[in-house]
Design a protein around this ligand. Structure first.
Ligand SMILES: NC(=O)c1ccc[n+]([C@@H]2O[C@H](COP(=O)([O-])OP(=O)(O)OC[C@H]3O[C@@H](n4cnc5c(N)ncnc54)[C@H](O)[C@@H]3O)[C@@H](O)[C@H]2O)c1
Length: 535
């Protein structure tokens, strides 16, 4: 007022109150105008029927997610706020929207009551944190969605179709596994890699992980035509210049396999082709012998002949003190691989990796529950107390890669499977995540334990049966090995006679190879007991 009076004495005549009022009104209209423009823009660009949404995160991924929603005129989301755990960001605004703490959001009454969706758009979040958020969302009946990190976008475009429902795998996976990237990178650099069973759950994930490294070529071999085609399409969508070649072939066809080795001259082989369904293999021991044992032997022998540097065998926890034909067939594969690696002047390093159930693999409990929920239930669980260890497929395959470049060959690496999960809890979480109410919309039905089914699984990586490695999630199993000539002869005998013998006799021959095999199937038990008595 004083300065204005100096510049123009007439101003000194204007009452102070008028100037104060003038200032207040200017500020009010400036902010008010901004608010009106924002709200009008938001109203015009928000599609009808969109739901109040909160984006969890304030980093690049969160901003990309917000941008994708704003650019989508048809978007079902109306973003009202961001959430961040860092207190320095609270009460700031981002893209003109408030940034809140998760606690504050949960406590706030009124405006936030109408929240329907939370989108997780953070890359560095622990599984525990995700579980806590999911619990709260389930309690409040908010839908929890995820914006995957950029590397996991289908066809690499940032749009709202990348936002997906949270999956049980997101909540049960453990915190990120730290890989020795340099060692793996050096091991894979400019190499041609053959992945058998590439269209399966494990094989396809190994292929996805390999694509992140500077490999020369990936030969994706599988006998399942449609599944191989689907994988091929998926990879083309994600990486237009991926160095891969799908090969439709059967690992038990020795001549065809020889042709594959001659044509592509792989440096590394990952053997993930197998028949893995326990009840099926109980009915068809011959197929377990032909595919699991016979197929592995063909690939392993060709690997030696063609000077492959590394052969990685994907095995299973069911090979430990096997109680079924599938597990026994895998144990025989392990013995063969190990005996090969002990041969003098062996150039190929044979590595075996053993792990338990992976979440969401073909034919496992997660896809089964998904189907049952989609059909309106009931969801079937064998026993209320049954527990299992689980890993996600990416976790397991990352550890397969890490183990592949550890040690000198001949080792059996077993993975730390974490904490056991109650299957009934898993079913309940999946029901809630799909937006249904247990007991109202859908039920869980207990069907009773199946023959030979255990309530609790044994620990695969128990301290007394393993040695540690530099990686806290990978251990080396202490196992007996056997002489190559003995096991080779026995496998050839088993394979040859399997054509002519009954299923019971095939199982009895498997037991001769691995005395610790203790079939739970009554049909096979009876014969083995009778044989023992007659000796
Ligand atoms: N899924 C799990 O929970 C799990 C856990 C631990 C270990 N494993 C082991 O991993 C391996 C693969 O399991 P998965 O879950 O990926 O099974 P999957 O059935 O999803 O995949 C197996 C793939 O092998 C292919 N295959 C079968 N026979 C073949 C043949 N003769 N020639 C060429 N391809 C053939 C199939 O077409 C299929 O695509 C198995 O040895 C299994 O024991 C699986």
């Amino acid at each position: 007022h004083f300065i204005a009076g100096l510049i123009n004495p007439e101003f000194a005549m204007v009452p102070r109150l008028v100037l104060v009022l003038h200032f207040v009104l200017v500020v009010f209209f400036c902010f008010g105008f901004r608010l009106v423009v924002r709200e009008t823009y938001s109203y015009l660009t928000t599609s009808k029927g969109s739901v109040m949404t909160v984006i969890y995160g304030t980093g690049d991924l969160a901003l990309i997610t917000h941008e994708a929603i704003r650019n989508d005129k048809e978007s079902q989301y109306h973003v009202a706020a961001f959430v961040d755990e860092e207190s320095s960001k609270w009460n700031m605004s981002l893209n003109t929207l408030p940034v809140l703490s998760w606690e504050k959001l949960l406590k706030m009454e009124g405006k936030w009551d109408s929240i329907k969706v939370v989108i997780l758009a953070v890359t560095d979040i622990s599984t525990r944190q995700k579980q806590v958020i999911a619990e709260e969302c389930m309690r409040r009946e908010w839908k929890l969605k995820v914006m995957p990190s950029v590397g996991n976008w289908v066809n690499g475009i940032s749009n709202t179709s990348q936002i997906r429902d949270v999956r049980i795998e997101d909540l049960l996976g453990r915190d990120e596994i730290h890989l020795n990237q340099r060692r793996i990178m050096e091991g894979l650099d400019n190499k041609t890699i053959l992945v058998s069973g590439a269209a399966g759950s494990i094989g396809s994930e190994i292929v996805r992980q390999l694509l992140r490294f500077p490999v020369r070529q990936i030969i994706m071999l599988d006998q399942a035509e449609s599944a191989l085609y689907d994988l091929q399409q998926e990879i083309i969508l994600r990486h237009d210049d991926a160095p891969f070649k799908p090969v439709l072939a059967d690992i038990t066809n020795q001549r065809m396999m020889r042709k594959v080795f001659e044509t592509y001259k792989p440096h590394i082989v990952f053997n993930a082709a197998a028949y893995k369904h326990v009840p099926m293999m109980e009915e068809s021991p011959y197929e377990a012998v032909r595919v699991n044992i016979g197929g592995t032997k063909i690939l392993a022998d060709l690997s030696v002949e063609f000077g492959v540097e590394k052969f990685v065998m994907v095995s299973t926890d069911k090979a430990v003190n096997p109680t079924n034909v599938m597990g026994a067939s895998k144990r025989i594969c392990e013995l063969y691989i190990q005996s090969l690696s002990q041969l003098p002047e062996m150039k190929t390093a044979f590595v075996t990796t053993r792990f338990g159930n992976v979440l969401g693999s073909n034919g496992s409990v997660v896809p089964l529950f998904k189907r049952q929920i989609a059909q309106g239930g009931p969801v079937t669980v064998t026993h209320p107390e049954i527990t299992r260890f689980f890993m996600t497929i990416p976790e397991a395959c990352q550890l397969v890669l890490e183990a592949s470049f550890m040690g000198n060959g001949g080792e059996i690496f077993v993975f730390d499977m974490g904490e056991p999960v109650r299957i009934a809890d898993l079913a309940e979480k999946m029901i809630k995540l799909s937006g249904l109410k247990l007991g109202e919309d859908i039920d869980i039905v207990y069907t009773g334990l199946r023959p030979g089914e255990k309530l609790y699984e044994e620990l695969l990586a128990s301290k007394e049966h393993t040695k540690p490695t530099y990686h806290d999630k990978i251990m080396i199993a202490n196992v007996k090995t056997c002489d190559f000539n003995d096991i080779n002869r026995q496998i050839l005998g088993l394979h040859e006679s399997a054509y002519n013998e009954s299923e019971e006799l095939i199982v009895a021959r498997m037991k001769e190879l691995i005395p610790e095999f203790n079939p739970q199937n009554e049909r096979y038990r009876r014969l083995l007991v009778a044989r023992e008595l007659s000796v």
